[in-house]
Design a protein around this ligand. Structure first.
Ligand SMILES: [Zn+2]
Length: 168
C-alpha cells in the first residue's frame, strides 16, 4: 500500500509511521503461531505417537508438525500410573517365566493398537508383583490374562485415583 504524507497527522516523523505499521501487523503474525495443545495434528517428541483429530495413534506425520508430549510419556516422566495390577507372588513363583512372557505379550498387542496404553514399571515386594501402567485397558487385559492361565480371581479397587486390579 502506498502511504502518502496526506494520510498522516501533520508533523509526524517518518520513523514513527513505520513503527505504527509494525504494531498494526504484529497481532496477525501472532495469530499464525500454533499452540501445540490446540493443533489438529501433533507428534510426541518422546515416542513419536501422533495425535490427529484428538486421538493418539502410531502413524506418520510431516516433519514440521508441532510437538506435544503424549499423555503416556507424561505419566512415565512423572511416574504417575493410571492403573496397577497386583499379582500375588504365590502365583508368579510357580510360573514366573510363563507369566512374564504373557505380560509382555499383552503389552506388545495393546500398545501396538493404542500408544497411550503402556507398562511404566514392574516391582516386586514380599507379597506381590506390581505392574504399573499408563492406562486402565492394558492393566485390565494383563489381569484377565494372568487370571485365565492361573485360575485366580481378579478384584478391582481405586486407591489415590489409581485403578487397582488384584490377581490372586
Ligand atoms: Zn509419547
Amino acid at each position: 500500500m502506498q502511504v502518502t504524507n496526506s494520510d498522516r497527522s501533520p508533523g509526524r516523523p517518518p520513523l514513527r509511521t513505520r513503527r505504527a505499521d509494525q504494531d498494526r501487523l504484529s497481532p496477525i503474525v501472532e495469530s499464525r503461531t500454533v499452540n501445540p495443545a490446540n493443533a489438529r495434528t501433533v507428534v510426541c517428541p518422546n515416542c513419536a505417537a501422533v495425535r490427529k483429530g484428538g486421538k493418539w495413534s502410531w502413524g506418520s506425520v510431516s516433519v514440521d508438525a508441532p510437538r506435544l508430549q503424549c499423555p503416556a510419556c507424561k505419566r512415565i516422566a512423572e511416574s504417575k500410573p493410571a492403573a496397577v495390577v497386583h499379582i500375588q507372588n504365590a502365583l508368579i513363583d510357580r510360573k514366573r517365566e510363563e507369566l512374564f512372557a504373557l505380560i509382555r505379550n499383552v503389552e506388545s498387542n495393546t500398545t501396538q493398537r493404542d500408544p497411550l496404553e503402556r507398562i511404566i514399571a514392574v516391582s516386586t515386594d514380599v507379597i506381590s508383583t506390581s505392574v504399573f501402567t499408563t492406562g486402565e485397558v492394558i492393566a485390565d487385559r494383563i489381569a484377565k490374562a494372568i487370571s485365565d492361565v492361573s485360575r485366580a480371581t481378579v478384584t478391582t479397587r481405586i486407591s489415590d485415583g489409581i485403578k487397582g486390579f488384584v490377581v490372586g
